[in-house]
Each structure stands twice: as C-alpha cells, then as structure tokens.
Design a protein around this ligand. Structure first.
Ligand SMILES: Nc1nc2c(ncn2[C@@H]2O[C@H](COP(=O)(O)OP(=O)(O)OP(=O)(O)O)[C@@H](O)[C@H]2O)c(=O)[nH]1
Ligand SMILES: [Mg+2]
Ligand SMILES: [Zn+2]
Length: 305
C-alpha cells in the first residue's frame, strides 16, 4: 500500500492522559489524540499523525516498538516509555529509597531488555551517604556484571553534567524512580531549557517542592541524545510477567537453578533446589530471593480472580 501523503511522521514527547504532544521533524509540536477509544501510545513512540488545524492532530498509527517499559498493578497498566536505550534508576541519600521498588524496576528493565544504570543522587548529603552507598551496592552487585552506579549532586549543574553527559550521548535515557529522589533536578541540570517545562508539568507540594505529573521527553543540548523525565512511582506491580519472566529478572539465579533437582523447580521450598542452597550459603542475597517470592505470590493471587 502506498504511504498516505496526508500523514506526517512524529514522535510522542509528552503524555497527558488522554492526549499527547507529538514532535514533528523540524521540532514543531502538535497536541494529538488517539484514533477512537484506543489508548496505548507511550512517550518515545514513533507515530503517524493526521494534522488537524494549526496545532492539533489524530494519531493514526504507532510504529513497532523496540521495547516498552511499564508496570502493572491490579487492573491498571502504566506505561513509562517506549524505544528507550537506557534506564537511569534514580535513588537518593534521603529520603530513603525502597530496595523493593528499585528491585522491581530492575526486573522490569531486564525483561524489556533495557540496560540500567543506578544514579545515587544527593551525594552532597554527607550524613547517610555511606549507608545509602551500602544499600545501592547490594542492589547493583546482585547482577553480573554489577550495574554501574554514578554519584551525583543535582544542585551542582556543572558536576552533574560532567558525571552524566558522557553516558547519555546518542542515547534515549529514561529517568525513573520514587518521588523526591531528584529526577527533575537532574534533568534541569542537564537541559537548562527544561526548567520552565518541568514547572508546567508538575504541581506544587508543601515546602515549595514540585512533583512531576506527566512523562516528557527533552533534547540534550547539542541535539545529541534525549532524556525522559517521569513522575515518581509508589507501586511497581509486575502482573504482566509470567513466572519464567520473573525468574529471568533475577539473572543471578540462573547458574544455580541449573542444579535444581526438578526441571520445573520454582525455588520456593522444593527439595534439592540449587537456588535455595545458594541463599543458605550466602551466594544469593536473601533479600533478592524474598523479592522474587513476593512478586511470584502477587501474580498467583492475581490469577485467581
Ligand atoms: N541536597 C540535594 N537536594 C536535591 C538534590 N537533587 C534534588 N534535590 C532536592 O530534592 C527535592 C526533590 O527533587 P525533584 O527533582 O523534584 O525530585 P523528583 O524525583 O523529580 O520527584 P517527583 O517529580 O515527585 O517524582 C527538591 O527539593 C530538590 O531541590 C541533590 O543532589 N542534593
Ligand atoms: Mg520530578
Ligand atoms: Zn530451584
């Protein structure tokens, strides 16, 4: 079929619930609505739109995605972004981050085949830095090779740019993490023009803090790479993953699982389980095994409905 000449190619750069901002080649943007009731476009999607008037359009189709990072709690699915090269998982010295939530985000990234990088932000807060580094190390070293960890102080624009920019060039990177970790602050340090837009995409909280309410893609200065800011999450359900997907999200289990007595071992309480033996002897972190059991149990409870 010949391409429809009235359609224009673009990329979704912001999602506002029911409508989306689409950026066309050249940089002009349009507010676009999905055709019919279909939902599904995600930030980072390449789309074809039918322009309407000067500033609007209808999303007619979404190109096949390289990947899609999302979470699913109960009946709701929350898409973070599509066609992402790299996940920047942001944690901070304070408020304390949840290893459970970060562990889940890593499982989601692994199953979407997106390379993660952990950013330990607010490294300027000396009181508590050691403890936070210890907790981050436990997460990163569960993987082989360990997930790279970068320390940042988002309030220091120059140092942040020096630390992060070399890792961002030529890539589409997604900032993801709990609320208050400093994702938007990191974005503002890296993309000076983002300041106004981040205010517009956020609501004011107590103590002058702003919390991001929608996901948005920004261009790095010089046009070499893009960075996506997203709202902080408080849950991270993985209901879309099968038991096999969940197990693959814990790559440190694989070698030991090869020694399980039963080929269909679920590593819960089976006799002769290689994973349980590794947990016993300390070569697999008990916290990681407990997270695996929690995700598995949640998904099984869900299936009973
Ligand atoms: N001391 C210090 N404070 C920081 C740093 N980065 C961010 N902050 C502060 O932490 C608070 C939260 O920062 P945000 O950038 O809004 O956090 P966020 O992750 O975008 O939060 P949500 O949008 O709610 O998900 C703000 O008051 C920032 O000024 C840092 O490196 N050091
Ligand atoms: Mg934010
Ligand atoms: Zn086993």
């Amino acid at each position: 079929m010949a391409p429809d000449p009235s359609l224009v190619a673009g990329r979704i750069i912001a999602s506002h619930g029911r409508h989306y901002t689409v950026e066309m080649v050249g940089g002009a943007t349009r507010q676009c609505f999905p055709r019919g009731k279909k939902s599904g476009p995600a930030v980072g999607d390449l789309v074809l739109i039918r322009p309407q008037g000067d500033s609007e359009g209808v999303i007619e189709s979404i190109q096949a995605r390289r990947n899609l990072l999302y979470r699913s709690d109960d009946m709701r699915t929350k898409q973070f972004a599509a066609n992402v090269d790299q996940l920047l998982l942001v944690v901070a010295v304070e408020p304390a981050f949840s290893p459970d939530l970060v562990g889940r985000a890593l499982v989601a990234a692994h199953s979407a085949d997106i390379a993660p990088l952990i950013i330990l932000n607010k490294a300027d807060i000396a009181d508590g830095l050691d403890k936070a580094q210890g907790r981050v190390h436990a997460l990163s070293s569960a993987y082989q090779p360990p997930i790279p960890v970068l320390l940042t102080n988002a309030l220091d624009t120059q140092a942040t740019t020096q630390a992060l920019l070399p890792h961002l060039r030529g890539k589409c990177s997604l900032l993801l993490g709990q609320s208050g970790m400093g994702k938007s602050s990191l974005l503002n340090a890296l993309v000076p023009q983002a300041q106004a837009a981040t205010q517009e995409h956020s609501i004011a909280l107590d103590a002058g803090r702003h919390t991001t309410t929608s996901t948005r893609l920004y261009h790095l200065p010089g046009g070499d790479g893009t960075l996506i800011d997203s709202p902080g999450f408080q849950n991270f359900g993985l209901f879309h993953l099968s038991p096999g997907d969940i197990e693959r999200g814990f790559p440190e289990f694989a070698q030991r699982a090869a020694h399980c007595r039963f080929y269909n071992c679920t590593h819960r309480r089976e006799p002769g389980c290689g994973v349980l033996a590794a947990v016993q002897e300390g070569s697999i972190q008990p916290e990681r095994h407990e997270l695996y059991l929690r995700i598995l149990a949640e998904n099984e409870a869900q299936e009973r409905y």
